[in-house]
Write a protein that binds this ligand. Sequence first.
Ligand code: 5GP
Ligand code: ZN
Length: 137
Amino acid sequence: MDECIFCKIAKGEIPSTKLYEDEKILAFLDINPAAKGHSLIIPKKHYHTLLDLPHEELKELMEIVQKVAGAVMSVVEGVQGFNVIQSNQEAAGQVIPHLHFHVIPRKQGDSLNFAWEQGKAEKEELEKYAELMRKRL
Ligand code: 5GP
Ligand code: ZN
């Protein structure tokens, strides 16, 4: 993935404001933050979506997501909560096609909005999807 911005950031070819780094993982601040302290956590190796990441690598990545969230809650002025956002594929709003987790600090009444209109579902429909999905788990 020669052209991938996050691969270049992982290799140090593009500068970033680093928060944490080890052999496999990098955490850094988002260049266009939704809020002060908005952080990104990536595997250094290129994977497009969460489904492409080998299962064994997920635990370590999520531990860093949790640690970064803890740092955000300790350090960001007035922070009262945070969102962990992880988008997969363009249809879901993934702009950079390299797996990443956002940690976004939140304050009561801030202008960020990740809400959606609540839908309705019949019991039969819930059962149908659950039955199909259970077979894949
Ligand atoms: P996505 O929309 O794909 O979930 O998120 C991509 C994120 O990467 C955006 O929040 C965007 O601001 C951030 N981003 C894009 N290019 C760069 C960059 O060169 N450096 C840093 N630090 N963040 C970037
Ligand atoms: Zn990449």
